[in-house]
Design a protein around this ligand. Structure first.
Ligand SMILES: NC(=O)c1ccc[n+]([C@@H]2O[C@H](COP(=O)([O-])OP(=O)(O)OC[C@H]3O[C@@H](n4cnc5c(N)ncnc54)[C@H](OP(=O)(O)O)[C@@H]3O)[C@@H](O)[C@H]2O)c1
Length: 249
């Protein structure tokens, strides 16, 4: 997959990993459209991008916003050939204790799963018109083994991982490639309440995505995600204990 001269929509492009993806790809000669809910953040992000860059305010959990976003892309950016589903939401909680687990799980699924399914479905007709196209879904290391402090978030990323695998196979005969980016802990606002010395930078995630696209590596398992994945293939139970820093039984 080429990594220049693309026209890319990046959800959650106003901060964190999405912003670093937007910065890197705009520097390398791609048209970048960033979208998120907070217009001030999007404006500040846009000021950091090079070349042909735009922003559109949209909440991926609101069906009317997604419909309007799809319409605007169809009308104003019919050359769109890459969709990066990066927007994400997580709450730290303990499912054995929290009384609002259902609401938390629903909120996470709305952003991390249903929002992706809705936007992808809406934009597939645009992507199909291009000879060289891609969908990039940002999942997580916890798609393989759940993190106990992020139980319902982990489930939403496992759902997105499964959807991504099906989408890839369903589009196998088309010109649309389907990539999945699986970061470990990343040093962004998102992970600020999770204590760890092992966070990687969001710029590293952006670099790994670019490398993954250039080499048609469809499952981009970044840093410790690769080792966790290998453990998971052999002993899923041990992979889960290791991910959560628990003693191996
Ligand atoms: N940080 C980590 O440790 C880590 C690890 C693995 C995977 N990830 C994944 O990486 C992705 C990016 O996260 P990040 O670490 O870069 O966090 P971040 O800096 O908090 O970025 C999340 C972005 O998503 C946007 N967003 C949230 N809800 C949205 C909604 N309903 N509609 C549209 N945009 C929405 C936010 O912008 P607004 O608030 O303006 O809408 C923000 O720009 C997420 O999918 C996350 O699950 C993160």
């Amino acid at each position: 997959m080429k990594t220049t001269n693309n026209s890319m929509l990046i959800t959650g492009g106003g901060s964190g990993i999405g912003l670093e993806i937007a910065k890197l790809f705009s520097r390398k000669g791609n048209k970048v459209i960033i979208t998120a809910r907070n217009e001030e953040k999007l404006k500040a992000a846009l000021a950091q991008l090079d070349g042909d860059a735009h922003y559109i305010v949209a909440d991926v959990t609101r069906e009317e916003d997604v419909a309007a976003l799809v319409q605007q892309i169809t009308n104003d950016f019919p050359d769109l050939n890459v969709l990066v589903n990066n927007a994400g939401h997580a709450r730290i909680h303990d499912i054995a204790q929290s009384e609002d687990a259902l609401q938390i799980a629903r909120d996470e699924m709305e952003t991390n799963y249903f929002g992706v399914v809705n936007l992808t479905t809406g934009l597939l007709p645009v992507l199909k018109k291009n000879k060289d196209a891609a969908v990039v879904n940002v999942t997580s290391i916890v798609a393989f083994a759940p993190g106990l402090s992020l139980p319902t978030y982990s489930a939403s990323k496992a759902a997105l991982h499964s959807y991504t695998q099906s989408l890839r196979l369903s589009l196998d005969k088309s010109a649309i490639k389907v990539f999945e980016v699986m970061p470990p802990l990343v040093d962004t606002e998102f992970a600020k309440d999770i204590k760890s010395d092992n966070k990687i930078s969001p710029a590293e995630v952006a670099m790994e995505l670019m490398l993954g696209m250039a080499t048609d590596n469809y499952e981009v398992r970044i840093a410790s995600t690769e080792q966790l994945y290998r453990n998971f293939l052999g002993r899923p139970d041990k992979a889960m204990l290791a991910l959560n820093g628990l003693p191996l039984q």
